[in-house]
Ligand binder design. Structure first.
Ligand code: MG
Length: 339
């Protein structure tokens, strides 16, 4: 295929100023936007690069520069092509995700099918959580007003004020909460006490309570916890799942970790075989990557995909509604429209 063209450009995702400022004083997230042009069709992809992860715009630029799509007879043969791309270099999961997403969008457009149909996945309306960062009570209460339409809240814990944050939220709403400790707890007895307290306050899962390397305490906690303990930092790709089988109740799959849609789908299948729950998450992303993950959202137990709602310069109209619903549409590919 000589008439195929891969291009990309750096982009900065500007966070809406009310979000997460107190937590990390970060106002933007670097990204790289990808386009694959073929036969008058364009497949869109994206790499989101939060600074706590190893990739940056330069590494994505270098990685994408090593890809040559012109040698393939069938650009919709994603299994084959993405396997080749994975072998170019280890790591680089967000760079790999960006091309995976673009090729899925293109393959869907070539075949005239939405991506979820390429995977024979059912279409179902699901509800994303809305993220509340670690913050002062005043700011938390203000954010809760913005979360009014959403059915689930995602709350960052792991500071000294975990009980205070939850108590503040419970003065105004009893919506179910996904709690993310972000590796912030260290004392297992204390963590279990806290989880029991959280369980009485409609917290429905805990993400990554301890350091990702602390398998012993995590297994101890999972065995005793009344609510599911979900791996986030501890899981990236398919090959990580087996080890976590008896350590966690479930895994949080994100396209930027998994290398994209294809491996995320395989991870969901594998997690189910192992009896693990599945959460589908995201980074700060445009509606491109969010709509990509949305193709698999009906397979997840919980969906935490509000990354595009947290930015003010989205480049796409995608599959989610302002009321927190995620529902793939029937446009070919990812169902996104460049704005
Ligand atoms: Mg997390």
């Amino acid at each position: 295929m000589k008439n195929i063209k891969l291009s990309w450009y750096p982009y900065t995702l500007e966070l809406k100023h009310t979000f997460n400022i107190a937590m990390n004083s970060r106002r933007s997230t670097p990204a790289v936007m990808v386009e694959v042009d073929y036969d008058g069709l364009v497949g869109y992809g994206e790499a989101s690069l939060p600074p706590y992860l190893p990739e940056d715009q330069k590494s994505v630029n270098d990685f994408l520069g090593k890809i040559n799509l012109s040698g393939y007879d069938d650009i919709t043969n994603l299994n084959y092509i993405l396997q080749d791309i994975d072998k170019i270099l280890p790591g680089n999961t967000a760079a790999k995700a960006s091309i995976d997403i673009a090729l899925h969008d293109l393959a869907g457009k070539i075949k005239g099918l939405p991506v979820y149909k390429l995977y024979n996945v059912d279409k179902k309306k699901v509800y994303t959580s809305f993220t509340i960062g670690i913050d002062t009570s005043e700011v938390i209460l203000q954010k809760l007003k913005e979360a009014d339409n959403f059915k689930f809240l995602k709350v960052k814990l792991g500071s000294n004020s975990d009980r205070e944050i939850i108590s503040t939220i419970r003065t105004v709403t009893d919506k179910p909460i996904f709690a993310d400790a972000n590796q912030g707890w260290s004392d297992r007895e204390g963590a279990l006490d806290l989880i029991q307290w959280l369980n009485e306050r409609n917290v429905v899962l805990i993400e990554q309570p301890f350091l990702k390397t602390n398998l012993v305490d995590t297994a101890w906690l999972t065995e005793r916890s009344p609510i599911p303990i979900i791996a986030d930092e501890a899981v990236q790709r398919l090959s990580d799942i087996q080890l976590l089988q008896d350590i966690y109740s479930g895994i949080n799959i994100k396209l930027m970790k998994s290398t994209g849609i294809l491996e995320a789908y395989k991870m969901i299948r594998r997690a189910r075989e192992l009896g693990l729950k599945v959460m589908l998450g995201c980074m700060t992303e445009t509606s491109c990557a969010i709509s990509a993950a949305a193709q698999l959202s009906s397979l997840a137990d919980w969906v935490d995909m509000d990354g595009n709602i947290l930015i003010k310069n989205d480049l796409f109209k995608g599959v989610n509604g302002a009321d927190g619903t995620i529902f793939p549409n029937d446009l070919p590919g990812l169902g996104i429209i460049k704005t």
